[in-house]
Ligand binder design. Structure first.
Ligand SMILES: *Cc1c(COP(=O)(O)O)cnc(C)c1O
Length: 478
């Protein structure tokens, strides 16, 4: 399997790469995102053969075509098995029917940090460590988080000698539980940085480090944001898993995905391209609804980010959306690079009527504000006895407006555990959800973090300094 950049053919584009290089690079050198040259295809019989298999086996077979010869079979199986042993259930992603409503919850929050990002990052951390150890190399992760990516990435690489991680979060804009899940990890290779700005500012800073090629090479920067294709790959698995439970390949399924950076819902689109019968996807957003507006009008126009109860979706510019745009631009990397550059300078991007028609046949979109989110949490609790976190609640409410066919099961992705967002859940239900036992003392643990202004030179200086200290120490440990 070879991978190309969404901006291939534009200035500075890399040659097609194999899986290991794509995983290590994260973002392509031309600023684009990597995608496989061709999607692997699963026939009906191949999908049927996955039925009844445990999660790790489905994961192995669905991901095998993507990794090529990066790992031999026993190694890849072991990495997958170890990654999902960190979950609190062997099901990894339990599927729950909501009464007879035809709605189902796919619970993706059973990993160590209680959000769906563990599903991909527990595996990515292990794959990176394996590859770097093999190559006797060290990599530096620079990432931005609106909350959940940070803790999941930190938890995935903590204490690994092959990796240092610098995680940027917008100061005061992540929940206390989210912040503490990052800042209480005191491993020497973990560096938390609170930026005075929004999540988009943090993301821009991380991107600026990558676009500074000298800096990027000096530290062997790698990204574990959802732009890393390995994360998309690992997320494709649970769409197969859920659809199989509901009758795939003989029966179609619909998915509603609480969406921020478009990584999760893009994985469902990928699953469909691979042959999984998905009738349609519903993109659920909070008041930061640039994507919902896009699917309605074909025009993408940025607005200011407003804080909501679902902070992991408080995003205006969804980086993974470029992967879908790539198809909408007929896989013409040069044309896409120009459109993205124009969007950067004018703040708007318009897709032609044909492309929009095609994409609307597949995608619905809806939004829910904070008041609606609280009402949805209360409603689900009352009707079905399930307590949702605010992100999942957005999905739950939006899903009900986008059932195209009552006979097609609708799976809502439950992306976080309610205890990660206790304030909103308490407001909605009157009860404060308890953290699972393994995190019960989180609020008493010691925190460590740096504060920084929104300035790329200051950030690069901090990383240079930290790594200058870390490098000799690491050499001494060897
Ligand atoms: C990251 C996250 C999302 C958004 O997922 P994307 O892949 O960025 O669209 C939704 N809900 C929760 C709880 C998250 O952590």
């Amino acid at each position: 399997m070879r991978y190309i950049s969404t901006r291939h053919g534009s200035q500075g584009s890399p040659e097609p790469l194999g899986f290991e290089d794509v995983m290590l690079a994260g973002l392509a050198r031309d600023g684009g995102l990597y995608l496989p040259e061709h999607w692997p295809h699963f026939s009906k019989a191949e999908i049927a053969a996955l039925r009844g298999q445990p999660y790790v086996e489905v994961a192995y077979r669905v991901m095998r075509p993507f990794v090529g010869d990066a790992f031999d079979e026993p190694t890849f199986r072991r990495l997958i098995t170890d990654a999902y042993a960190s979950f609190d259930t062997p099901e990894v992603a339990p599927l729950k029917a909501l009464g007879e409503s035809g709605l189902h919850l796919l619970e993706l929050f059973h990993g160590p940090t209680l959000a769906f990002k563990d599903v991909a990052l527990q595996l990515l951390g292990r794959m990176l460590d394996h590859t770097l150890t093999d190559k006797r190399q060290h990599a530096t992760i620079v990432g931005a988080t609106s909350g959940d990516t940070g803790s999941a990435a930190i938890e995935a690489v903590r204490d690994r000698k092959t990796i240092d991680i610098f995680m940027l979060h917008p100061r005061g804009r992540v929940s206390e539980v989210q912040r503490r899940q990052m800042t209480t990890v005191l491993a020497p290779n973990v560096h938390n940085i609170a930026i005075d700005g929004t999540f988009d500012d943090c993301q821009d800073l991380a991107k600026a480090c990558f676009n500074d090629l000298a800096f990027r090479d000096r530290h062997a920067l790698t990204a574990v944001n959802s732009i890393n294709f390995a994360r998309v790959m690992a997320q494709i698995v649970y769409y197969f898993w859920a659809a199989l439970k509901l009758g795939a390949p003989n029966r179609p399924v619909a998915f509603t995905v609480p969406t921020g950076n478009f990584g999760n819902v893009y994985a469902s689109y990928a699953a469909q391209r691979m042959g999984l019968p998905i009738s349609h996807f519903v993109v659920a957003t909070n008041s930061n609804d640039i994507l919902a507006r896009f699917f309605e009008s074909g025009a993408m126009t940025a607005a200011d980010v407003v804080p909501t109860y679902s902070p992991s979706m408080d995003i205006q510019i969804s980086s993974n959306f470029e992967r879908l745009l790539f198809d909408l631009y007929g896989r013409d990397g040069k044309a896409l690079a120009e459109a993205v550059a124009a969007f950067r300078s004018t703040g708007s991007l318009l897709v032609g009527a044909n492309a929009l028609g095609g994409v609307r046949a597949l995608f619905d979109a809806g939004r829910l504000d904070d008041a609606g989110t609280l009402a949805a949490i209360a409603d689900c609790r009352k009707r079905f006895g399930e307590t949702l976190d605010p992100h999942s609640a957005v999905g739950y409410a939006v899903a009900q407006h986008h059932r195209r066919d009552a006979g097609v099961p609708m799976v809502v992705l439950a992306t976080a555990h309610p205890a990660k967002f206790p304030d909103a859940v308490q407001k909605a239900t009157g009860e404060r959800p308890a953290l699972p036992a393994r995190l019960a003392d989180l609020l008493d643990r010691t925190e460590r973090l740096d504060g920084l202004r929104n300035d790329v030179s200051a950030l690069e200086l901090l990383i240079d300094e930290r790594m200058a200290v870390a490098r000799p120490a690491r050499a001494a440990r060897r």
